[in-house]
Design a protein around this ligand. Structure first.
Ligand code: C2E
Ligand code: MG
Ligand code: MG
Length: 577
């Protein structure tokens, strides 16, 4: 047994009366005391005799970390192999201050290496007391930050809780020092976990963490946030580097690692960067802004870096606000929504044969909002499903009424792909036809060409069912997408609606005019009719008539108007335009 004098204790010193119980104890007895106390703590307890360079720690610590015994004679040397290399100097300097009397306490967060050589963030806290023979003793505890959600033992990085604490003090004390924040996310991380297993996911996280550590210099902080996101904080201590250069280097390092592993696994990362005046900012704001920028990078197609843009963020916030109002209005029995109708005339004699139902939305806060803005928000939020039903019902009811004026009258209703993919369209249409009591031939469903993604079996089945029920489909906005004839065949459209942008081009130059003429011929040869949209002026009409459309819709014949107005202007008056 080693003599107790190796830890030189003194009960006479004023600071350490509580140590009196230890005086005269053998090292074995002191060890027993530590072990007893250890049972009631998650932290690793220790006594470090700074003067004798002797370290005594609990047995629990020796199991987790590469200490060869519970009493270490040559503490400074041993710590070199336990403390993460680049943190060692900082730790040694602080201990030296405690030893020399410059400091009376030690409180640092740094990294140790565990027995598997993995990085573990720890917090070491201790108080210096005087021992016998002028020895200075540091008595304290080491706790793992990972257990307090402040560090992550998969990547060896500190976690969000620590990022928040550190950022709070930085923003308070010297916000001007922060150069930028870069939030990094692994693209399609969920897929890696699902397809290759959680172990593979962990490996990717570790690999990326290593890669970021290699890329940035020591003065730059890296934290692991939620699952697959990291935050790099340039706190302005090291050499200045552009965030884009840092991001590129991370990308290149990941690519090089994939190459070395013969592409057994390949992944990419996206980044959102916040680089601005940080004074007055809160941590919450930093989290929100960087999250927004990262999401923008992902929305834009991933594997790229996006700088936070305040104007884009404002637009995003406004959209959120609009979405909230839309939700409220939908749940209040479609408050503020109204269906307008725009005449569709026969190109043969310009007589009224139908109308397109066009949704309008007016809100107390936002006034009249353009469909170009609110329809995509309805789609993103799924609200287009109930709202689409509302439009369908309204349009069917009015069509039934207007057929009294014009028996062959039909109404066109725009369908969103969200309705197609995420709701039971056939059931809704069937119910509507039955409950309203309208013949299916009077209903035309418009699908845009540009929204087309894929026609899976279920959708093909739906098109067939609609066809068998005599409900016609129209291919809307033709000319804004790929003008794909194959799609025309796939949805078996009875009508193709040529978009105004295409018409405008044709009016401007001969080449486009010829293209439109040929397209119309082709559509005719495939057995579909053509409706030309967006005819505003008499001259436009005369010129475009040469392309031989079957129907015309445009301001020249009438703008979209509320149902009452439409009935008054076009139906009660003459029954034709
Ligand atoms: P769309 O289906 O192509 O509807 C035609 C659009 O062109 C309408 O815009 C109409 O007002 C406009 N328009 C008609 N004639 C002219 C013209 O001569 N000149 C010009 N410059 N424009 C003309 P609106 O009402 O703003 O609707 C925009 C789009 O919003 C619609 O394009 C449609 O894709 C969508 N939409 C409207 N209502 C609904 C709806 O109930 N459901 C769904 N899913 N989408 C809808
Ligand atoms: Mg339409
Ligand atoms: Mg259109």
């Amino acid at each position: 047994m080693k003599p107790a004098s190796r830890l030189v204790l003194d009960c006479a010193g004023t600071k350490m009366k509580y140590l009196s119980a230890l005086q005269g104890m053998t090292l074995e007895q002191i060890r027993s005391v530590i072990e007893i106390m250890q049972q009631s703590s998650d932290a690793y307890l220790f006594i470090l005799d700074l003067t004798a360079d002797t370290y005594m720690l609990s047995e629990k610590a020796t199991k987790r970390f590469p200490f060869h015994s519970i009493v270490i004679e040559n503490c400074t040397e041993t710590l070199k192999s336990v403390v993460y290399t680049s943190d060692y100097e900082m730790v040694a300097a602080d201990l030296e201050k405690c030893r020399s009397g410059e400091k009376d306490s030690h409180e640092l967060e740094y990294r140790w290496l565990d027995r598997m050589n993995r990085v573990v963030w720890i917090s070491c806290k201790g108080t210096v007391v005087s021992g016998a023979e002028g020895h200075r003793l540091l008595i304290g505890a080491v706790s793992e930050l990972g257990t307090k959600a402040k560090a992550d033992n998969i990547t060896g990085l500190r976690r969000e809780a620590r990022f928040r604490l550190n950022m709070e003090s930085t923003l308070r004390d010297h916000p001007e020092s922060v150069r930028y924040l870069m939030r990094i996310g692994i693209d399609n991380f969920k897929e890696i976990n699902e397809k290759e297993g959680v172990e593979a996911g962990d490996e990717v996280l570790r690999e990326l963490a290593d890669c970021m550590i290699k890329t940035v210099d020591e003065s730059v902080d890296i934290y692991r946030l939620v699952a697959d996101e990291f935050m790099i904080v340039d706190t302005g201590k090291g050499r200045k580097r552009e965030p884009r250069a840092v991001y590129r280097q991370i990308q290149e390092t990941i690519a090089a690692m994939a190459r070395n592993k013969e592409y057994s696994r390949f992944y990419t990362v996206s980044a959102g960067v916040l680089e601005e005046d940080f004074a007055g900012r809160t941590v919450e704001e930093l989290m929100r802004f960087t999250e927004f920028a990262l999401n923008e990078a992902k929305r834009n197609g991933r594997n790229q870096m996006i700088m936070f843009d305040r104007a884009a963020y404002e637009v995003y916030l406004e959209r959120l606000d609009i979405r909230k109002s839309l939700r409220q209005d939908v749940s209040h029995d479609f408050r503020g929504f109204e269906v307008y109708y725009q005449p569709i005339v026969s190109a043969e004699d310009y007589r009224l044969i139908g109308a397109e139902a066009l949704l309008r939305w007016k809100n107390e806060k936002f006034g009249s909002v353009s469909p170009a803005l609110f329809i995509p928000i309805l789609e993103e939020s799924g609200l287009i499903i109930p709202v689409g039903q509302y439009v369908l019902w309204e349009a069917a009811k009015i069509c039934k009424k207007w057929k009294q004026y014009i028996p062959e009258f039909h109404v066109n209703v725009n369908l969103s792909y969200v309705q197609l993919y995420k709701s039971d369209m056939m059931r809704d249409v069937e119910r509507c036809i039955q409950e309203v009591g309208i013949d299916p031939e009077s209903l035309v469903l418009e699908l845009t060409e540009s929204g087309y993604i894929e026609t899976n079996d279920r959708i093909k089945e739906l098109f067939k069912d609609l066809k068998s029920r005599n409900i016609d489909l129209a291919l809307d906005d033709f000319g804004t997408g790929y003008s794909n004839m194959r799609y025309l065949k796939e949805i078996d459209a009875k009508t193709v609606k040529i978009d105004r942008t295409f018409v405008v081009q044709a009016l401007r130059n001969e080449y486009d005019f010829n293209i439109i003429s040929h397209i119309i011929d082709m559509v005719h040869s495939l057995g579909s009719a053509v409706c030309m949209e967006g005819i505003e002026e008499k001259e436009e009409l005369s010129k475009m008539m040469a392309t031989k459309p079957d129907m015309i819709q445009g301001y020249y014949f009438g703008k979209p108007t509320p149902a009452g107005q439409f009935e008054k202007d076009y139906l009660q008056a003459t029954g034709s335009l």
